[in-house]
Design a protein around this ligand. Sequence first.
Ligand code: MN
Length: 318
Amino acid sequence: MSNTEPRPEEVPLRASVVRAVDVIEGRKAAIGDGTEVRRLLPKRELRTIGAWCFLDHYGPDDTSAGEGMRVPPHPHIGLQTASWLFDGAVLHRDSLGSEQLIRPGELNLMTSGRGIAHSEESPEERPALLHGVQLWIALPDGKQDISPAFTSYGNLPVIDDGPARITVVAGEHGGERSPATVFSPMTGLEVALLEAGEVTLPAAAGFEYGVLAADGPAAVACPASTAPVTIAPGQLAHLPVGVPAITLSAPGPSRFFVVGGVPFGEKLVMWWNFVARTAEEIRIARETWENGDWDEVHGYPYGARLAAPPLPPGLKPR
Ligand code: MN
């Protein structure tokens, strides 16, 4: 995914503002071709959840008639992108030469490190429905300049827990550990309720959590601390450090995506597709991309790479 707002604002990222269990309203945004997404992170009132610093939820969209997803080549620094589908298929290409189709149940994890470029498109042969989440993970200090990498994980641990089927996308849950390489204490889970019911997930010590409902209104509760809250697609429940457990329930088959982690204490500057520590790093990355001095993505069939938007005043040299 790429942030394609014509004039994206500078978003200084700080540690999450933790008040109480909260429902965060996403905002509608457009990516690439105009695909509409619900942006749940970053928000003014909640910048990050652990090292998770960006969360878009999109679909379900019927892509049988139109073009589907088309996000031209664009750059990233300082982060990992995690792509997860509930329905459909997306083809990823990157400047390392990777070309990888992702399907539901699989994780595409791209580590930008010091710099990478990629594109995303709906393949010509595809299921009609497209529905997924695009997440970014900030690389912690000392890891932001590592070499770029791309890995597709097709065999993630799956745990059956009552009516729930839990896929361990990142980190650890229920004694199972995701093979995905991450650099901060964190977790990422898909929780599918296969029928009406509930499941309780223990919370890790020191972790805050966010929960999105993929399908419809569903309930999130913290035993012994708060009343259940109801979330619908487009909303994110934020659970602060200290909750003992998280109970998810729904009146029928329903899917959730859960992110968690130790609150990210570092001051970050996030602009366009870059996560950095200083405005200077952002300026250099933008200039390098605009000058074409960046490894190319080959094979994207739908036109030119994205141009960087103009820098906002807050990131221009003083
Ligand atoms: Mn991207």
